[in-house]
Design a protein around this ligand. Structure first.
Ligand code: NDP
Ligand code: BG6
Length: 484
């Protein structure tokens, strides 16, 4: 199979926050990999902008180190790296002052695609938007890329949307949720809408329930300041898990085009019922063998922030009424494993007798790592002595199925940045989607705050608090095991 690299137009990509952690670890190494893949036209340029005083050479040194550390195997090709570095420029700028902006205005070209990446804290989005306008750097052709978190509640998300809308049309704004840039997340849509096999069964008549698990082994050490004010609900559920839920539950869009897809996702969020607090389990990791608890990592010994959440959701629409969705995500769990499992109902009648009745087909889509799909099907247990049934997996890993091509897929940031340059908003969140997600999230958080809810402790390296297991057991169901 030959991988296709779709050409893009010449561009100036201006990274505000070009010296920050995200730029260093993800954006710049990702751009380098696209350069190596031949996807950066001859006249494309990247312009870093931040307050630190440095010239182009110093910035190129900074990027050389970043790419060498985070660029993956392509980083070792020294001559290619030097060629890439010639595409880089740097302008010292303060988002809150006017210094540096005239220099930026002189540098940025008007006859190429212009994309401004706001890789700074959300507190600076409004300032940047206003200064771009003031210094003649914005018009109705430029594109704005904004990072998460997009607000911490509905009010702040609305304020951010408002601040951007004063200067840019919605069609110019690209809100990143990096989960949408993951190859396997997009594959959810291919599996659902590219196959005849699944879609007729994809509803409450045939599906017993759906599980979405995003388990991480990392804790919050090093970013406790941010995380302790967010927790798993704001950090993961409101955005990444909500997007996964939308892709798995939405109606087929008429086309794979931005508004067609985003309209369908929005309908799912709006159809979510409020969650009863009996259907939520919040957890916080306790002391592990290394002697570090969440509270130590977050440097807040009285913290009640959750590092784990499990919940049961209902979507009130024709397709899903009566089929619960179970979501869970957490830090310091037993394995890094993100998976969506569709558990189908029992066959309506067992011709093999009541004791052979409960065999459920399950479709599991592994998002990371070891990306692939497993379909559990029921077969006869081999041997004489009657008809006993057995569930066996039809297992497909993308690495085996696609060979070396599976290794060369761009990571989420690479893909999303190139989509910005192409002007394709399909994999970016629209303002009303983000607001709808917060409108659903806010009352959930408000309720546990009002009840002074204390998260349940769980062992690092486990599957989360016992109560999360009970959430399923009460419904006579069980989580699919988080595999190490
Ligand atoms: P950092 O704190 O590491 O970097 C912030 C950047 O902003 C620096 O380049 C800083 O440079 C610049 N900056 C700060 N104040 C100003 C100012 N007044 N004017 C101009 N530039 C300024 O943050 P991250 O890179 O980690 O995060 C950036 C954004 O990305 C945030 O919104 C974050 O939530 C989001 N994000 C980050 C992730 C990550 O893995 N790091 C993951 C997902 C989202 P200087 O001090 O030189 O001005
Ligand atoms: C980020 C969250 O958005 O996603 C982090 O802020 C989390 O807390 C990360 O660890 C997970 O992303 P990935 O790509 O490693 O699954």
């Amino acid at each position: 199979m030959v991988s296709r690299v779709i050409p893009v137009e010449n561009f100036d990509l201006i990274i505000f926050g070009g010296t920050g952690d995200l730029a260093r670890r993800k954006i710049l190494p990702g751009l380098y990999r696209r350069f190596c893949a031949g996807q950066m036209p001859e006249k494309a340029r990247i312009i870093g902008a931040a307050r630190s005083e440095m010239d182009n050479d110093a910035y190129r040194d900074f990027v050389r180190v970043a790419v060498t550390e985070f660029g993956g195997k392509t980083a070792s090709e020294a001559n290619v790296l030097e060629e890439f570095l010639q595409r880089l420029h740097y302008v010292p700028i303060d988002a809150r002052g006017d210094g540096g902006w005239a220099d930026l205005a002189k540098l940025v070209r008007k006859d190429v695609v212009r994309a401004y990446y706001f890789s700074v804290g959300p507190g600076l989005f409004g300032d940047l938007a206003a200064r771009l306008t003031k210094h003649g750097l914005a018009d109705d052709t430029v594109r704005i890329v904004v990072e998460k978190p997009f607000g911490r509640d509905l009010a702040s998300a609305k304020a951010l949307n408002q601040a951007l809308a004063e200067h840019f049309d919605e069609s110019q704004v690209y809100r990143i949720d990096h989960y949408l840039g993951k190859e396997t997340v997009q594959n959810l849509m291919a599996v659902r809408f590219g196959n005849m096999l699944f879609e007729p069964l994809w509803n409450s008549q045939y599906v017993d329930h759906i599980q979405i698990t995003v388990a991480e082994t990392v804790g919050v050490a090093g970013r406790g300041g941010y995380y302790d004010k967010s927790g798993a609900m704001r950090d993961m559920v409101q955005n990444h898990l909500m997007q996964l839920l939308c892709l798995i539950a939405m109606e087929p869009p008429s086309k794979f085009e931005p508004d067609a897809v985003r309209d369908e996702k929005l309908k799912v969020i709006r159809a979510l019922d409020p969650v009863d607090h009996h259907h939520i389990v919040r957890g916080q990791y306790a002391d592990g063998p290394d002697g570090h608890s969440y509270r130590d990592d977050a440097e807040n010994l009285r913290s009640f922030t959750e590092s784990f959440i499990a919940m049961r959701l209902n979507i009130s629409n024709w397709r899903w009424a009566g089929t619960p969705f179970y979501l869970r995500t957490g830090k310091r769990l037993k394995a890094r494993s993100s998976e969506i499992t569709v558990v189908f109902k029992d066959a309506p009648h067992s011709i093999f007798g009541a004791e052979e009745g409960r065999h459920r087909n399950m479709l599991s889509i592994r998002l990371q790592p070891n990306e692939g799909m497993t379909l559990d099907v029921t077969i006869k247990e081999p041997g004489p002595g009657g008809m006993r049934l057995l569930d066996v997996p039809l297992d497909m890993s993308f690495a085996d199925a696609l060979g070396p091509d599976a290794e060369d897929v761009p990571d989420a940031y690479e893909r999303l940045i190139m989509d910005v340059i192409r002007g394709n908003q399909t994999l970016f969140m629209r303002g009303d989607e983000v607001e709808a997600a917060w409108a659903w999230t806010d009352p959930v958080i408000a309720e546990w705050e009002a009840r002074n809810d204390v998260p349940k402790p769980y062992e690092p390296g486990s599957a989360g608090p016992e109560d999360a297991m009970m959430l399923m057991h009460r419904d006579d169901r069980r989580w699919r095991e988080i595999k190490t």
